[in-house]
Design a protein around this ligand. Structure first.
Ligand SMILES: [Zn+2]
Length: 139
């Protein structure tokens, strides 16, 4: 794949859907050429990266936009509907005010109404307390 971190991101988005991953890999290799795939650093620019990321987003949205499936994907034990992952970015984290940047932030916002950082800090292993409405004191 073009850049390993991007591939990890795609795999994360697609969960275990390897057919879709393969078709996206194919589409990208057609667009950027095999050489880019085999030797990503040789001819890679910020512009291409931006274009590439948009491409991924577009393909991802196309893949799931019309899907009726409510199949859940499991990320670190958090089950989230695939449909939920395919939507507009969420508002800021109501706990710390951070704008979600990573997919994990989105997932935590959907599931626990806080970003991933807050999830790790306040919710993880104490989910019951959180779900009952406990929140960290404002400081
Ligand atoms: Zn937060």
């Amino acid at each position: 794949m073009v850049l390993p971190r991007h591939m990890a991101h795609i795999r994360f988005l697609m969960s275990k859907d390897y057919n879709k991953i393969a078709s996206i890999e194919k589409a990208i290799s057609e667009k950027y050429g095999e050489e880019t795939i085999q030797n990503p650093k040789s001819d890679w620019t910020e512009e291409k990266e931006k274009d590439y990321l948009e491409q991924i987003k577009e393909m991802y949205e196309k893949s799931y936009r019309h899907e009726e499936s409510v199949e859940k994907i499991d990320i670190n034990g958090i089950k989230v509907s695939k449909k939920l992952l395919n939507r507009e970015p969420l508002k800021k984290c109501p706990v710390c005010g951070m704008i979600p940047r990573k997919s994990m932030d989105d997932i935590c916002l959907l599931k626990f109404d806080c970003c991933n950082k807050c999830y790790v800090q306040y919710v993880e292993d104490r989910e019951e307390r959180w779900l009952k409405g406990w929140r960290p004191d404002e400081t």
